[in-house]
Design a protein around this ligand. Structure first.
Ligand code: PGA
Length: 239
């Protein structure tokens, strides 16, 4: 079970220091793996503040080249040098606003894994795609492209995040989540996180599902109390 907090473009270094300082005192070693994913500029502070804990630090994006003329990008080896354990790849906001495609998601994932990082690769359908009954088709294309790029890699995690549930307060029903996770599991055999408006009050029913191996949490990961509460819920669900 992995609970990962995707901070998106929130928390610079000073806020990261405060948050991680508070978090490290409240999360002990346990059955649940915990990760925070700060903006790239805050990764070194998070790594420092969480040193000697089991809490991992992930970036939110990583480039496919070792180095080069790619203004604004960060390479996997640079992240590894900072002490990041891994990176999110292919979040729907990157697909929506920054032209990320299944091909570039695959390339980023390959390089990150080759560099020894872990990867949380995000997939999920839009509201329009779900309404036009294309969910399975979309998931198949996204997940097969990942599988063809890297296979069932032991440092790969997939996050199923229905785009219509991200930041909207709408969550997939447990039935919808279980159905999508089982479908994904039929294509690739790696842990699968659910993401999309996961909050302390809906986490239990989602985390208890047989094919849900954790959560990728946006909004509710920005507050220490709610993030700790989610980790505790995950701990109870696992035991
Ligand atoms: P949310 O975001 O929990 O705020 O819906 C999830 C995500 O984007 O990873």
């Amino acid at each position: 079970m992995l609970i990962a907090g995707n901070w998106k473009m929130f928390k610079g270094p000073a806020e990261t220091q405060d948050f991680c300082g508070a978090l490290r005192d409240r999360i002990g070693p346990g059955a649940v793996e915990v990760a925070v994913c700060p903006p790239a500029v805050s990764v070194p502070v998070a790594v420092g503040a969480l040193a000697d804990t089991d809490i991992a630090v992930f970036a939110q994006n990583v480039h496919w080249a070792e180095e080069g003329a790619f203004t604004g990008e960060v390479s996997a080896s640079m992240l590894a040098e900072l002490g990041a354990a891994g990176s999110i790849v292919g979040h729907s906001e990157r697909r929506q606003y920054f032209g990320e495609t299944d091909e570039t998601v695959g390339r980023r994932t390959v390089r990150a894994l080759e560099s020894g990082l872990r990867v949380i690769a995000c997939v999920g359908e839009s509201e329009e795609q779900r309404e036009s009954r294309q969910t399975e088709l979309v998931l198949r294309l996204q997940v097969e492209s990942l599988r063809d790029a890297v296979g069932d890699h032991d440092r790969l995690v997939v996050a199923y995040e229905p785009v219509w549930a991200i930041g909207t307060g709408k969550t997939a029903t447990p039935e919808q989540a279980q159905e999508a996770h089982a479908f994904i599991r039929g294509i690739i055999d790696v842990p699968i996180l659910y993401g999309g408006s996961v909050k302390p009050d809906n986490a239990e029913s989602l985390l208890a599902l047989p094919d849900v191996d954790g959560a990728l949490v946006g909004g509710a990961s920005l507050d220490v109390d709610s993030f700790v509460s989610l980790c505790e819920t995950a701990g109870r669900t696992t035991s």
